[in-house]
Design a protein around this ligand. Structure first.
Ligand SMILES: *[C@@H]1O[C@H](CO)[C@@H](O)[C@H](O)[C@H]1NC(C)=O
Length: 220
């Protein structure tokens, strides 16, 4: 039996001991591994590789620490400016530039997150947002992204709520596990909101009896 399969038998115990998986899963560590694997090692192995990985990682961490210090030497700041101009791809803008011509866009990046309309990329169209005159976020799917005088507005079709008498098995765990059950149908009407009223993406999984579970993917 592989360790992963063995550990799967203990998930119940881990849930009881440590709480929702989101607080102890390994994705942050996987991200560091991915980062380490991208370090250029010139295909050296056996000691040299490990030394290169740990030295590069430590050098990067020390450099970032210097850049955040108020007494960072001006020469390092200047080198950063040159580096960012030389390798702009490593610092892509967090938001798409404002559109010069009014009209529809297929996708739009806002504060580092890429939003698309549903017929371009369904996953990127699923968002939690504040509908007009409300501060209670609802789930919906972006149908149109429209730019008028550089302002971006979205037309979003809301996910229908559960029908009366339908059960939400995730309710007892909310908000520790930010999943909610909705109807898998969409409402007939759309909301028109500003891009600043959009809070996060969500993942949607259709399960039984016309229901779907909606998991908030907010990063904070
Ligand atoms: C945003 O998503 C769309 C649709 O998947 C893709 O074509 C586009 O390249 C993405 N844009 C950015 C900036 O990642």
């Amino acid at each position: 039996m592989r360790p992963n399969v063995h550990i799967a038998f203990h998930i119940y115990d881990f849930l009881v001991l440590f709480g929702p998986v989101i607080s102890w899963w390994c994705f942050p560590f996987e991200r560091v591994i991915g980062f380490l694997q991208k370090i250029n090692t010139n295909d050296h192995i056996g000691g040299q590789l490990e030394a290169t990985l740990s030295k590069s990682f430590a050098r990067g961490a020390i450099l970032r620490r210097w850049l955040r210090r108020p007494d960072c030497p001006p020469v390092i700041r200047e080198l950063r400016r040159l580096f960012e101009r030389t390798f702009p791809a490593y610092n892509p803008p967090a938001s798409s530039p404002p559109r010069e011509v009014d009209g529809e866009c297929a996708h739009y990046k806002h504060l580092g997150v890429n939003f698309s309309r549903a017929n371009v990329h369904m996953g990127n169209s699923l968002v939690y947002y504040y509908p007009p005159n409300s501060r209670v976020a609802v789930a919906g799917s972006i149908e149109r992204i429209v730019s008028v005088s550089g302002e971006i507005t979205l037309e979003i079709r809301r996910q229908a709520p559960l029908e009366v008498g339908q059960y939400d098995p995730f309710l007892p765990f909310y908000p520790y596990f930010p999943a909610q059950t909705h109807s898998s149908k969409m409402l007939d009407t759309t909301d028109t909101v500003s891009i600043s009223d959009v809070l996060s993406h969500y993942a949607r999984y259709k399960f039984s009896k016309g229901r779907c579970v909606v998991l908030n993917l907010a990063r904070s």
